[in-house]
Design a protein around this ligand. Structure first.
Ligand code: PGA
Length: 274
């Protein structure tokens, strides 16, 4: 990064909002559950009343077709329970058959959107550059972005995971100002070899990558930025291993796939939130 633009970013850096970054557990339902099943799942979770402190958030990232009913159910939820989507388009409207704009999500009270999930990168060819446009569109509309990064097994086996993840962040996120980073970005580290496989990253592997991402934020922006941004772990996180993973100093919660589809497995993960 050029010296001038780095200086600009630092000068624009406001003091941290608080000394405690948000702790987040987000459920990524992917293409699962019927509309009624989804509404019942959220109802069961909020009726179990897991206590959240003001720094804790639970986000339900449902399929598009479930957003309307899910937002109705969430009207009776205590604060801290938010609605999320799994994707969006970067353009505000137009001839993009099958796509959903950020404004459309806003009409359904969506607060957060997952961007850059490895399944979107792999099956839908979403590049770092393409994701950057989605990031800009979401920042301009005031949304929280759950930005996913993570390496495939071949990269991990050749010990190149840090360079790989750094590039994903540099090419899609690091054009943002420090303020935009702190106000809108949550990073989810999801090693692809751990997603849906039952193989979880070890606590050491998770902590090492999270600490690396935080050092990158410090180096690119400022220490305040690195301290303020929540970094979640995702990949076969479940009721049994969540507490151990969340106890790592740089792990601020999780992005949960399979274990978010049932109240019995999602509730203990919410309770394990740091
Ligand atoms: P998993 O999925 O928890 O089922 O591994 C995580 C994710 O893909 O976000």
């Amino acid at each position: 990064m050029k010296k001038n633009s780095l200086l600009k970013k630092i000068l624009k850096t406001p003091l941290p909002k608080n000394n405690m970054r948000n702790k987040i557990v987000a459920g990524n339902w992917k293409m699962n559950l019927g509309i009624q099943q989804g509404a019942d799942l959220i109802k069961n979770i909020i009726e179990a009343k897991p206590q959240l402190n003001p720094h804790q958030k639970v986000i339900f990232c449902t399929p598009f077709t479930h957003l309307n009913s899910s937002s109705e159910v969430l009207k009776s939820a205590p604060s801290g329970y938010l609605l999320g989507a799994q994707n969006c388009h970067d353009q505000p409207s137009g001839a993009y058959t099958g796509e959903i704009s950020v404004d459309m999500l806003t009409e359904l009270q969506v607060s957060a959107v997952i961007i850059g999930h490895s399944e979107r990168r792999q099956y839908f060819g979403e590049s770092n550059e393409f994701l950057k446009n989605k990031v800009d569109s979401l920042v301009s509309k005031g949304k929280m972005i759950l930005f996913c990064c993570g390496e495939p097994l071949s990269i991990r086996e050749s010990d190149k995971q840090n360079e790989y993840v750094a590039r994903q962040l540099q090419e899609s996120l690091f054009h943002l100002s420090a303020e935009a980073m702190m106000n809108h970005i949550v990073i989810a580290y999801e090693p692809i070899w751990a997603i849906g496989t039952g193989v979880t990253a070890s606590t050491q592997q998770a902590q090492d990558m999270h600490a690396f991402i935080r050092s990158l934020l410090k180096e690119t922006y400022h220490e305040d930025v690195s301290k303020e941004i929540s970094i979640l772990y995702g990949g076969s996180c479940n009721a049994t291993n969540a507490a151990e993973l969340f106890a790592c100093p740089d792990v601020d919660g999780g992005l949960i796939g399979g274990a978010a589809l049932k109240a019995e497995s999602f509730l203990p993960i919410i309770s394990a939130m740091p």
